[in-house]
Design a protein around this ligand. Structure first.
Ligand code: SF4
Length: 440
């Protein structure tokens, strides 16, 4: 029987990657191509405040937008503003440049929705779930030395820095990463970076059962390359380490960083060593919408593969208004996989941090989305949708063992590790139950 493609719910059309012209924005009219491609220029011109945003967009955004932004920064934001020009430029790329049209397009923009949240985005009744928490995955409780989380039997997460070139509104490490906000005073690492790295390596030497090291942060693009290279070379000296994964959203937010010749040369040398030792060296990035996969992002991903890393993989986060439909997810996956050489690997359910309810999906929604993705991409490139269950770890969304749909409580093991659906997705009786619970 032939498949009638026209009757499928999703129509595949080969994506055309697009880098919007930054000169459409008043503050960047005179910015040259050489400046745009310079990572130092990008870092120096990140937007960190409403004032700096105004300097870029002029009067394209209305006063009401800025009021909403200010209200969010003072009342809800768990991450401070930090948006590289590369990322800001992908927001509202096609809207007409008059104030109302631009503001409308900007408000609806999926990248804006998670990088630059405003008050009206948040859930008006339940901005936070009663069980939300800072460090909702309890990573710091599982530190075996400062910044080294040993949660799974064979894997560790090494947090080398607490900064990134960009700050995402939904960051799961909002407890530690970035600058303090009006709402959140951030935790701090206290050891010197060199001492912390030494202690991490020492733990790994003493613990040969760990074979897989995720080198993260923050974002490894904020670790000075010589320090990162030295750490990777020391990891490669350990016979027990067989997988090394470098976590960097900068591949999407600041691809200019990974296109620097000295960094690519250094990475090529490390990749060669990894290959010689039979170690899988990969890069993990974090794109949430097809708009972020621009030609420059694809060029940077291909450059990493050209330098010899075994894979570049994407770990996105499922969010309402960003990528919570079949079409949005498949558009992103096809842009990543066929056009940029990035493997669509995981989409995480958004973790239960404070003020994240408007982004989160229920487990039932995630299960439906997982089903809707099957059969379009090659099997090896079909992403798994996963829930990071507190104290337990990643579980595929169909692995739930028991599910109370009325109260939105999913149980993932016999000893009842739980995850909670957003209250706004529950039936009236479930919403009433949570109101009573909260008032008790
Ligand atoms: S890049 Fe990753 S660690 Fe940094 S703010 Fe975004 S989600 Fe958090």
């Amino acid at each position: 029987m032939n498949i009638d493609a026209a009757r499928q719910p999703y129509q595949y059309v080969r994506p055309v990657l697009h880098e919007p012209d930054w000169r459409r924005l008043p503050g960047w009219r005179e910015v040259t191509k050489a400046q745009w491609h310079d990572p130092q220029w990008q870092r120096a011109h990140c937007v960190k405040s409403p004032k700096q945003l105004r300097a870029v967009v002029g009067d394209l955004l209305t006063e009401h937008f800025f009021d909403e932004l200010a209200a969010d920064l003072s009342g809800f934001a768990t991450m401070s503003m930090l948006i590289p020009p590369q990322m800001l430029n992908t927001m509202a790329p096609l809207t007409f440049l008059d104030a109302d049209g631009f503001t409308e397009g900007f408000l609806a923009d999926p990248v804006r929705r998670y990088m630059l949240p405003v008050r009206s985005d948040r859930d008006p009744h339940w901005p936070s779930h009663p069980h939300s928490a800072r460090d909702s995955l309890h990573e710091a409780q599982m530190w075996v030395v400062e910044g080294l989380t040993h949660r799974y039997p064979t894997k560790v997460l090494a947090e080398l820095v607490t900064t990134c070139p960009q700050y995402c509104g939904h960051c799961t490490r909002m407890d530690l990463v970035g600058n303090s906000t009006a709402q959140v005073t951030k935790a701090k690492l206290v050891l010197k970076p060199s001492s912390r790295q030494e202690l991490m390596l020492d733990y790994l030497k003493r613990t040969p059962g760990v074979r897989d090291v995720v080198v993260s942060g923050g974002d490894v693009a904020n670790v000075p390359w010589p320090r990162l290279e030295a750490f990777l070379r020391q990891l490669l000296e350990l016979d027990s380490v067989r997988d090394i994964r470098l976590a960097t959203k900068a591949l999407v937010g600041l691809p200019q960083h990974w296109l620097q010749p000295d960094i690519l040369d250094g990475l090529a040398a490390v990749a060669k060593l990894a290959t010689a030792r039979g170690v899988n060296l990969a890069v993990h990035t974090h794109a949430n919408h097809a708009r972020s996969v621009t030609p420059l992002v694809a060029q940077a991903a291909r450059a990493l593969l050209g330098a010899g890393v075994r894979d570049v993989r994407n770990q996105g986060v499922l969010m309402q208004g960003v990528n919570a439909t079949q079409a949005e997810l498949l558009d992103l996956c096809f842009a990543l996989h066929s056009e940029a050489g990035i493997l669509p690997y995981y989409f995480y359910m958004c973790d239960m941090i404070p003020n994240a309810e408007h982004w989160r999906l229920s487990v039932a929604q995630a299960q439906q989305l997982q089903d809707s993705l099957m059969g379009y991409l090659p099997g090896y490139a079909t992403p798994r949708l996963v829930c990071d269950v507190p104290y337990l770890g990643k579980r595929w969304v169909h692995q739930v063992t028991e599910y109370d749909r009325e109260r939105g409580i999913s149980y993932w093991t016999a000893d009842r590790h739980t995850y909670y659906d957003p209250i706004s997705t529950l039936p009236e009786s479930g919403r009433r139950w949570w109101s009573d619970y909260a008032s008790r």
